[in-house]
Design a protein around this ligand. Structure first.
Ligand code: KDG
Ligand code: MG
Length: 405
């Protein structure tokens, strides 16, 4: 079964997505997500100019060999742009293989290890009261794990929420240039423990809680925060510091028993390797799109399992439903799955373009058994939502120093 054609689509049903469609000479096609938030067209160029011409005529069944060919064969290994391209091709090939075998992809990985996929919801707010109201609603809806983010007093509009009480803090839209947000570590560290204290006072300890720091702290500051949060027993603290220096995570580990999650920006298993083998992290958050596809996640899961590290794949809205469904299959299979980030089933525009069958019940997601990934892409609908350049914000400290967003 040969690869006959590969098409790349860019659309913006609420935010930009890059979708890859591999068409085989047997008429079967597969879909992959190549979305790299704020750098979408770089991946399109990489695919169209440097990847697709090399793949036409190859055997679509040779997923591993194609992965190695695109990775080792490029000479320039790693990097978000190239790994998003490889990730999308890989997902699409697993989709093809599942369709040909007439089996859902999780069956090809080794079958189900669980009944449903436990997810964590995002709960955001402009104030602690606001967050607690939303948390109460999430618990009523059945969520068992929730991530809490809150606007930090004095630095409104910063990480935590988006104005207008929208439930997601970084909706894309008309941002043709990156907005700039202020940040104060001191105000943040003074405030966050109070958020979790109040959440525990009001809702107790049955609900599991997490928090995303978005790499805004230094290792010793993150260690302080982890210690301050110990009484509130978090499931994990995410992205405490940038991962450029794994030893930073050793500092955190040496000072606190608050569990640590990291990896949404990892592009390969080698990014994760020192953090996992030194047991500095508890959850690895690599996405199929940014980490080189299902082939990469399978290896990462097996490697992480040797160190009791569990998967908690990235599930932000800048990953398309194709990546979401790829994660569903990996999560169903991986014996060391932990929890899946989940921001809901999407807007009407999104569902106009992508369709998939999944339902939420009692804090878990269940997918329908369909061959392949079980997701579809409506090319005609996508044409109604043309690409709009849009960026994530950037952050500056109060004195103007550029900081991590
Ligand atoms: O593109 C960046 C987003 O995916 C990221 O900001 C979301 O940190 C994030 C998360 O945990 O979902
Ligand atoms: Mg994150």
């Amino acid at each position: 079964m040969k690869i006959k054609d590969i098409k790349v689509f860019v659309c913006c049903p609420g935010r930009n997505f890059v979708t890859v469609k591999i068409i085989t000479d047997h008429g079967v096609f597969g879909l992959g997500d190549a979305t790299l938030n704020g750098r979408e067209l770089a991946v399109v160029a990489y695919l169209e100019e440097h990847v697709i011409p090399c793949l036409i005529g190859r055997d679509a069944h040779q997923i591993e060999d194609i992965w190695q060919y695109l990775f080792k064969g490029a000479y320039w290994q790693n990097g978000a742009v190239s790994m998003a391209a490889i990730g999308a091709i890989d997902m699409a090939l697993w989709d093809v293989k599942g369709k040909v075998a007439n089996l859902p992809v999780y069956q090809l990985l080794g079958g189900k290890s669980r009944r449903g996929i436990t997810v964590y919801a995002h709960v955001n707010g402009e104030s602690i009261e606001d967050v607690l109201n939303h948390l109460g609603k999430a618990i009523k809806e059945g969520y068992k794990v929730v991530r809490l983010q809150c606007t930090i007093p004095g630095t409104e509009g910063t990480y935590g929420t988006l104005g207008g009480k929208k439930n997601y803090y970084e909706l894309q839209g008309n941002r043709p240039l990156p907005p700039e947000h202020p940040w104060s570590t001191n105000q943040y560290l003074n405030f966050i423990p109070e958020l979790f204290k109040r959440a525990r006072e009001k809702f107790g300890y049955d609900i599991e809680l997490c928090h995303d720091i978005h790499s805004r702290l230094t290792p010793i500051e993150a260690a302080q925060l982890g210690k301050m949060l110990e009484p509130y027993r978090l499931k994990f603290l995410e992205d405490a510091v940038t991962y450029d220096n794994p030893e930073g995570y050793k500092v955190i580990r040496n000072h606190t028993t608050t569990p640590v999650a990291l990896g949404e920006k990892f592009n390969t298993i080698w990014d994760a390797k020192p953090l996992i083998e030194n047991q500095y992290i508890d959850f690895v958050r690599t996405a199929a799109t940014h980490g080189g596809g299902i082939t990469s996640l399978k290896k990462l899961a097996d490697f992480a399992s040797l160190y009791h590290v569990r998967l908690a794949p990235h599930g932000a809205p800048d990953l398309s439903p194709i990546c979401f469904m790829a994660h569903m299959h990996v999560d169903l299979w991986a014996p060391n799955f932990g929890v899946q980030e989940f921001i809901g089933f999407g807007t009407p525009e999104l569902n106009d373009v992508f369709s998939f069958s999944a339902k939420f019940k009692d804090g878990e997601i269940y997918i329908k058994d369909k061959p392949g990934l079980g997701v579809d892409f409506n090319e005609e609908a996508a044409k109604q939502y043309p690409y709009k350049r849009s960026y994530l914000p950037v952050t500056r400290l109060n004195d103007g120093t550029l900081w991590n967003w």
